[in-house]
Design a protein. Sequence first.
Length: 79
Amino acid sequence: MRMLTTVADQAEAKILSDALYADGVVTTIKETRDSTFAVWVHDEGQMEQARAFLNGFDPNSSRFSPELSVAKKRRPTSS
């Protein structure tokens, strides 16, 4: 597992994580000591894919709405 990036806002980290998940990249979000949120990529072999995705990522863009819907349907529900 490798860290992709940190973001200041937890909601933004969740949007990025969900969009990456819909793109086939499994991630984990962890709060850091300085109260930012780190997005970690599980499979190091997907780091280039994740970085490329991150370069075009805008959490405020409606372009990512379909990916978020896909992620919501694919993710296992936690109990």
